[in-house]
Write a protein that binds this ligand. Structure first.
Ligand code: WT7
Length: 654
């Protein structure tokens, strides 16, 4: 598919610079950043070697920085050995033992503070429990837990003994869990009786039982943490309570030193086709970029209280909950539940009570909270906040501005961080004290990251605002190692073009006259209307900029004259129009988009619904919307939808 002519018509002109006061208190200064860019520019590999020496405690220091002899299977720091859990916990014991590592808040309101010393003990004790159940270096361990501190303890315990964890998001079904257990051939599953979410109990153990009934012959043991205390089945000989499993075991556990390339974890992510891919990450390179990005993008300091709202079931919850904050000795918040229990003020309430200084969440959450109105956040003291982050999808400028104005009170730089499960850590993102920001742009590539926008031939597009493929032209430490058990799929998915020289992110992007990156959407979300390519995201952004629109999704519908027509699904801020019909508003929105982008982008059809169909991780189910737009029979799995009743609305039948 030729990406050369992607039209970019959405122009956001606003610019924001960090305040003098922010720059003064920042640890990552513009000068330091300039130095980092300079060093990386001079010699990228030497740059990462220096970072790795400065940031990681190696058991055996590496002598080779990068082995690229079998590209694209790049091996960073191949002869170095380390332990991730040691780097997260043991190194804090000297000066930081009594510092709070985790402030846990359950959805029902229970709160626990865990110091580094205490966390170290619990991780060691549980690591010993795993060992006593036959788990050894290289074994795969499935973690299917609520968003509680024990999920992090389980991950760290695996890392401590060199076992490879694979966390499965607690919202996934028994079938997805089974697929992941079988693909990893795990011998142990760590779960809980349940967790609290949205005022309900999520039946994790029952779902685990159902998964194991479907197969999963490799599983010998299920360790169950008691979270809710409601009654569940325990299968004798297989299931054991967490407290039983670790009873009487010592609170020390020598770390298992592993090669830097030893897999730290697998995390499954769905592609546009085929079964989920087990993204395999290394120990050394992964940990390094978890640490560098905590410093560069989050400017992490000793006094900060860091809160990343992501679940550990996603990469964000790995890098910015389970590893990055601990490896930099930070205090972090972990919250079990949803943002709307008991009401839409829960996040702001936690920020106020726990004195959160750095807050990191997803645009979908920001838009949902924005929809609830300004009065709610305005009730809380958010003055401790100093940096606000966003990740997961392009943030529309309206949501960005709301976050900036209403949550940050124009005081906090917004860090819009572009990265992927596969990249392991932030790749394109602002450094808050140094980068001028623009609403909707993830700004510039971080030091040592060679991101570019190229055409079909791999030639860099230098013309401002011309869209193309987003690629990485150099390897970086936290990059995906391979797809678990499927090297061919790794190559064919990520290195299919440009003679296998560049990592293909799968996103289309453009750079503006300042060289800023603007993500336009996935490659497969690009519409071709009358020979003009339009990023769906740009039309969505235009729609959402209308005062009455809360959310919008745009898909292409085959059209015999134009190639594709623009089909949009809209959620309004107020009530849905009676029967889903409001011709005046539809005309107004079409004209509005025409005004914002150009007549070419005007939606041919608009359907109104109470909600958009989303995956559990908050991504819009575009394939489903495409099916609906084309009036085809729905064959996708819609069981994960929170509100299945929206389907007839989307189909224009209700
Ligand atoms: C895809 C990766 C990385 C953690 C969360 C998602 C999109 C991610 C941004 C951003 C625009 C973004 C991209 C990317 N994406 N962050 N700041 N701006 N788009 O991880 O599930 O691996 O998804 O999410 O399309 O390729 P993921």
């Amino acid at each position: 598919m030729s990406q050369q002519n992607i039209q970019s018509s959405l122009h956001e002109m606003r610019q924001f610079t960090p305040s003098a006061q922010f720059i003064e208190t920042a640890s990552m200064t513009p000068q330091k950043l300039a130095q980092l860019y300079e060093q990386a520019e001079m010699d990228n590999v030497a740059f990462w070697a220096q970072q790795a020496r400065d940031e990681i405690d190696w058991q055996q220091p590496f002598t080779t920085t990068l082995d690229d002899s079998n590209a694209p299977f790049f091996r960073w720091f191949p002869d170095g050995t380390l332990n991730a859990s040691y780097n997260c916990l043991d190194r804090q014991l000297k000066n930081n033992a009594h510092k709070t590592a985790i402030i846990f808040e359950g959805e029902p309101g229970d709160i626990e503070h865990i110091s580094y010393q205490e966390l170290h003990k619990r991780v060691c004790k549980f690591a010993n429990a795993l060992k006593s159940h036959n788990v050894t270096k290289g074994d795969r361990v499935i973690i299917y837990m609520p968003m509680i501190a024990q999920a992090v303890i389980a991950m760290q315990a695996c890392a401590r003994i060199g076992a490879i964890h694979s966390v499965v998001f607690g919202g996934f079904s028994s079938e997805s869990l089974k697929d992941r257990i079988e693909d990893t051939a795990a011998k142990i599953v760590i779960t809980a009786d349940g967790g609290h979410r949205g005022g309900k109990i999520i039946e994790l153990k029952a779902t685990t039982d159902a998964a194991l009934e479907m197969g999963c012959d490799t599983v010998e043991t299920v360790i169950v943490y008691k979270r809710t205390g409601h009654s569940i089945n325990m299968k004798s000989g297989r299931d054991i309570w967490w407290s039983e499993a670790e009873k009487d075991l010592p609170e020390q556990c020598e770390p298992e030193w592993v090669d830097a390339t030893h897999p730290l974890f697998l995390l499954y992510t769905s592609g546009s086709t085929g079964k989920p891919k087990g993204i395999q990450h290394s120990t050394g390179g992964y940990l390094l970029n978890a640490i560098t990005t905590m410093r560069w993008v989050f400017d992490i300091q000793d006094s900060d209280v860091f809160w990343c709202t992501a679940d550990v079931g996603w990469i964000t919850g790995h890098t910015y909950v389970a590893y990055g904050p601990l490896a930099t000795g930070a205090t972090m918040v972990i919250y079990e539940g949803v943002p709307t229990v008991p009401d839409a003020g829960r996040f702001w309430d936690i920020c106020q009570r726990q004195n959160v200084t750095i807050f990191y969440t997803a645009p979908t959450a920001i838009r949902a909270l924005m929809k609830a109105g300004d009065e709610i956040p305005n009730k809380y003291d958010l003055s401790k906040l100093r940096i606000l982050g966003t990740v997961g999808e392009p943030i529309n400028p309206e949501a960005w501005m709301w976050y900036y104005d209403v949550i940050g009170k124009q005081r906090c730089p917004i860090v819009d961080t572009w990265w992927q499960t596969e990249t392991g850590a932030h790749m394109i993102a602002p450094v808050p004290a140094a980068t001028m920001t623009k609403p909707g742009s993830c700004t510039r590539a971080l030091p040592g990251i060679d991101a570019a926008v190229v055409n079909d031939d791999g030639v860099e597009i230098t013309h401002p605002d011309q869209g193309g493929y987003l690629v990485m032209r150099k390897p970086w430490p936290s990059m995906i190692q391979t797809v678990w058990g499927d090297d061919d799929r790794y190559i064919s998915t990520y290195w299919p073009m440009f003679n296998g020289k560049y990592y293909l992110a799968g996103d289309s992007a453009r750079r503006d006259a300042d060289g800023y990156f603007w993500i336009m959407g996935r490659i497969d979300d690009v519409l071709n209307v009358s020979g003009h390519r339009l990023g769906t995201m740009e039309i969505e952004s235009a729609l959402v900029a209308h005062p009455r629109v809360a959310e919008a999704a745009v898909v292409g519908k085959p059209h015999d004259v134009k190639g594709e027509s623009v089909f949009s699904f809209v959620v309004l801020k107020g009530d849905r129009p009676e029967g889903g019909v409001d011709n005046d508003l539809t005309q107004e929105l079409r004209a509005w988009v025409g005004e914002k982008i150009g007549a070419i982008a005007k939606p041919d059809e608009i359907r109104y619904a109470d909600n958009l169909p989303k995956t559990r991780s908050g991504k819009i189910m575009r394939r489903l919307l495409r099916t609906i737009a084309q009036d085809q029979e729905i064959t996708q799995d819609t069981s994960t939808l929170e509100n299945e009743s929206i389907i007839p609305q989307l189909q224009g039948k209700a």
